[in-house]
Design a protein around this ligand. Structure first.
Ligand code: URA
Length: 487
């Protein structure tokens, strides 16, 4: 629509944000407009960066300064579901997204339960946008491939000066929103991600944003590609091969940036033979990760991605409300959990329950789960002795925890023990250093880290009392933070 068409249609206010992905700026503006009682059909939301002449041609001929909300305006209602969806939907490339979200926010004021109406066209559209953005982020996490940059003399810059550069073409405005993910995953590398919409540069300590780039700005091909190819060939699971699903998951347009894609035809060719061998060996079929808790629960039973799943045990799924604000993550089910099929029912769980109760945290309101879904043990006579999962096993099982997080979308995650912390952060941290203050996770939730209750169970006397006091203090902080988040 041109400015004149907007004016003819009764539009009074043209609103343009500075950035296409700035949810907080949109929220602030939208709240003020709701409080100033400006209905959606009076506002034209203009795509940032574009339509400069829309303003020029509007030239004051009816475009008005945005009204200030009255001092006694009631607070704006926006429930958690709306904010969660809106945060993602706003990153979509659809120029109508700002108007759509504003209309929904406006309608929420009169009908607070509207978000529960799955048939409402506005809600369905926002859900579609949010899903497409989540999918784009998932693709970015999976398909960004760094290549080592060469010096001017044509040699690779090894050592402290090593610099890795990746080229990626996101569909939506997801670059900034995913900066934290890459920062944590490649914290010790110096890297840049170049895209047609902007670039990110991490020097190991500070993140910088840069201008849009072109494909030719990124290097093509280096010896790292052999590693990627080797890695991909080793993790390629022929029993999972479904060509249609693979193309959906890894569309051809990403292949050109992915060294391992060259292997795909060869791997497909050998897949049937290898699948037969795996079925004989008892491995199970996988599909892409389910998007429901029930689906994940079913899938983890079939999971044989690490050796723990092949022991004589049962997968234990997390439990709790699907929309829990708090997610509690332990290490792995123990002997009793394995039998009961529920997390934290044995001695560590009973101790946890006592501490939670003391802190005033209602366990039944939390989603309780584990970093690793199967019980790892060694058989000693009739006993099954607990064994810590290894880093590789935790990193593999993280796939399922991420699936649970994507469904539950907790605002606060409490990781108990080093395995849980690793599963959330992708790296090992020291509990004594990490506890006591929140860390930001890539989906906007907060991570709090504390000790595992079974660590307390192994201590005695004063040492146990001291650790129990620290554990209580951590839970008290979590309780206080939950109260703030839910206020
Ligand atoms: N320890 C854990 O980490 N999880 C359980 O479910 C039980 C004990």
């Amino acid at each position: 629509m041109t400015a004149l068409q907007h004016l003819a249609a009764g539009t009074r206010y043209l609103v343009q944000l500075a950035e296409p992905d700035d949810f907080e700026a949109w929220r602030e503006r939208a709240r003020a407009l709701v409080q100033a009682d400006v209905p959606p059909d009076r506002i034209a939301w203009v795509e940032p960066g574009g339509s400069g002449d829309l303003f020029a041609s509007a030239g004051g001929a009816g475009q008005q300064r945005l009204p200030a909300p009255p001092a006694d305006a009631p607070p704006v209602r926006a429930n958690r579901r709306f904010v969660q969806l809106a945060r993602n939907a706003l990153l979509h490339r659809d120029p109508e997204r700002f108007a759509l979200l504003y209309r929904l926010l406006w309608r929420l004021q009169a009908t607070p339960r509207i978000m529960e109406d799955g048939a409402d066209p506005d809600i369905r559209r926002v859900e579609e946008l949010a899903k497409s953005v989540r999918r784009d982020s998932h693709k970015m996490h999976a398909f960004v491939r760094f290549r080592l940059v060469e010096n001017e003399d044509g040699n690779e810059a090894h050592g402290a000066g090593e610099h890795y550069v990746a080229w990626f073409e996101p569909e939506h405005h997801i670059l900034r929103a995913n900066a934290g993910f890459f920062m944590r995953r490649f914290a010790n590398m110096r890297w840049s991600i170049l895209t047609p919409a902007g670039s990110l540069h991490w020097d190991g300590a500070v993140m910088h944003e840069g201008p849009p780039a072109q494909r030719g700005d990124a290097p093509t091909g280096d010896p790292i590609e052999d590693l990627w190819r080797g890695y991909y060939a080793s993790i390629f699971n022929p029993a999972r091969l479904k060509v249609g699903a693979m193309l959906k998951e890894m569309p051809r347009r990403y292949w050109k940036n992915m060294p391992e894609a060259a292997l795909i035809p060869e791997l497909i060719a050998g897949a049937q033979r290898r699948e037969a061998a795996m079925v004989d060996a008892g491995a199970l079929d996988f599909a892409e990760r389910p998007e429901s808790l029930a689906g994940i629960a079913k899938a983890i039973h079939a999971c044989r991605q690490c050796p723990i799943g092949a022991l004589d045990n049962h997968a234990v799924m997390g439990e709790g409300p699907r929309d829990a604000v708090l997610m509690i993550v332990g290490e792995q089910p123990g002997d009793q959990e394995d039998f009961a099929g529920r997390p934290f029912v044995g001695p560590a769980g009973q101790l946890l329950d006592r501490h939670l109760e003391r802190a005033g945290i209602d366990r039944s309101g939390a989603y309780v789960t584990n970093a690793v879904k199967h019980f790892k043990y060694v058989q000693r006579g009739k006993s099954r002795l607990h064994q810590n999962p290894g880093a590789k096993e935790i990193d593999t099982c993280r796939w399922w925890l991420e699936g649970e997080r994507a469904v539950v979308r907790p605002r606060l995650v409490l990781a108990m023990g080093a395995s849980a912390a690793r599963a959330l952060l992708g790296k090992t941290v020291s509990i004594s250093k990490a506890r006591g203050a929140p860390l930001a996770l890539e989906d906007g939730s907060e991570l709090w880290i504390t000790a595992h209750p079974s660590y307390l169970l192994r201590l005695e006397g004063e040492a146990r009392a001291a650790q129990a006091a620290l554990f209580d203090a951590d839970l008290a902080s979590v309780k206080a933070r939950l109260a703030e988040l839910c206020a």
